[in-house]
Design a protein around this ligand. Structure first.
Ligand code: NIG
Length: 430
């Protein structure tokens, strides 16, 4: 199948020569083509350029192509969400009310709620239930223009449930249009049964769970919630290094609630990303810049927890490559709306609209080791393309809290048309 998208008001390609996440002023370089076209063959991008240049260079392909007219619209790479806790049982709106009444996130967790409440529900849920519920969430992601999602386990905290979450993610990767990239996060919390002996649980993660994850090829990354009252930096280091020995790339939930030298640890162990970073230290930020660790910032979580956002502006100025993600989870960020989170990044972290687009495409792709195949519209990359019903990219932030997705092309196939999932249209006509 050959597709030709033509007449885009603005075609944002994000093309670049660098083979790594963008930093500093590179984050503002969107490489925009006015009246742009994208030529797609099968699941790959063949070329981008002006209408005239593609028609002149590829007359044979153009003559066979199905044309998509993007007049008056913005065309850009599919959005990448590099931090979610995608597969979970239950919801926690009761905790939202508790937090509105003044309780803190950690108060609730220490009293057996929070991650522990979702762990209970996820342990109880069947594989089929989790699969169907998460399938619906992925449909929502797709309708908002997100074509790749990272998914962390961590609501099992025992092997059978961790494996169930990872297997759900794996089956979704096989069956759903959205690409699902898996992270093992057995170290999300210390389960109640190990409350008095957390080191014994750390040993189980290291000696039992990580080897099984690697053997079953169930995840690419290994993540730890390094936080006071959860896992110490020493425990986190051990878990991340053990994962590395088994081929799992380190990620870390760092400096979210209290400063704990998580950013420093991320740089030290060679983590691909450090995530949250609301209270990361100046030294931690400098260490990350030097190590090239991607900061995955989650302004929706700060918003929902009524906390101050991470210092995104400073991180960019210091040379840290920044990505922005939803942190979709049932407690601290129950939203799939990456477009809304992008707006929060502008409003609350001092990031420019250009930086935010880079942070949710190419830099997010690098945060999950996919920068070579997604995140920009370039020859040879996957044809994951988003067409937005806005006249310019600034309107995407200006008309905030709305879904501007018109068309989504995933792997060279139109999967959302006029804002509606093609699979849903199919069901109506069947
Ligand atoms: N902070 C730790 N983990 C999740 C929240 C998980 C939950 O509350 O269920 C996060 O990334 O925000």
């Amino acid at each position: 199948m050959i597709l030709l998208i033509e007449n885009a008001n603005q075609l944002i390609t994000l093309q670049g020569t660098m083979k790594k996440a963008r930093t500093k002023e590179e984050m503002s370089n969107l490489q925009i083509i006015d009246n742009g076209s994208v030529l797609i063959s099968g699941d790959l991008i063949i070329a981008t350029g002006t209408k005239a240049s593609l028609r002149a260079h590829y007359p044979d392909l153009v003559s066979q192509a199905n044309i998509i007219d993007a007049s008056g619209k913005v065309v850009m790479p599919g959005l990448v969400d590099a931090h979610t806790h995608l597969v979970f049982g239950g919801t926690r709106e009761n905790e939202f009310q508790m937090r509105l009444n003044g309780a803190t996130y950690m108060d609730i967790m220490n009293a057996g709620g929070g991650i522990h409440a979702t762990t209970k529900k996820t342990r109880e849920a069947s594989f089929e239930h989790l699969y169907e519920k998460t399938y619906e969430h992925l449909n929502d992601f797709l309708k908002h223009g997100i074509t790749t999602v990272e998914s962390k386990s961590g609501y099992g905290l025992d092997w059978s449930t961790e494996e169930k979450q990872l297997q759900v993610a794996k089956k979704l990767q096989e069956n759903h249009e959205v690409d699902v990239v898996s992270t093992f996060m057995g170290a999300h919390a210390v389960p109640a049964e190990y409350k008095n002996n957390p080191d014994a649980f750390v040993d189980i993660i290291i000696n039992e769970m990580i080897p099984k994850v690697a053997e079953g090829n169930l995840a690419e990354f290994n993540d730890v919630f390094c936080e006071k009252g959860v896992f110490t930096p020493e425990q986190s280091r051990k878990i991340l290094l053990a994962g590395k020995e088994h081929g799992l790339i380190p990620k870390i939930h760092a400096d979210e609630i209290e400063p704990y030298e998580g950013a420093e640890l991320a740089a030290e162990v060679g983590a691909i990303s450090a995530e949250h970073l609301l209270v990361a230290s100046d030294k931690g930020i400098r260490d990350m810049a030097e190590a090239g660790t991607v900061a995955v910032l989650l302004p929706g979580t700060a918003f929902f927890l009524k906390a101050d956002s991470a210092r995104g502006r400073l991180m960019i100025d210091e040379g840290v490559p920044v990505a922005i993600s939803t942190d979709f989870n049932p407690g601290s960020s129950p939203t799939i709306s990456l477009p809304f989170i992008m707006n929060l990044a502008c409003m609350n972290m001092g990031m420019t609209m250009e930086e935010v687009l880079t942070a949710t495409t190419i830099n997010a792709a690098y945060a999950i080791n996919r920068g070579h195949e997604i995140g920009s519209l370039e020859e040879g990359k996957k044809a994951d393309v988003l067409i937005l019903d806005v006249a310019n990219y600034q309107q995407l932030q200006y008309f905030y809290g709305m879904n501007h997705t018109h068309t989504v092309i995933k792997n060279g196939r139109v999967v959302v048309e006029n804002g509606v999932l093609c699979s849903e249209l199919q069901n109506v006509t069947d």
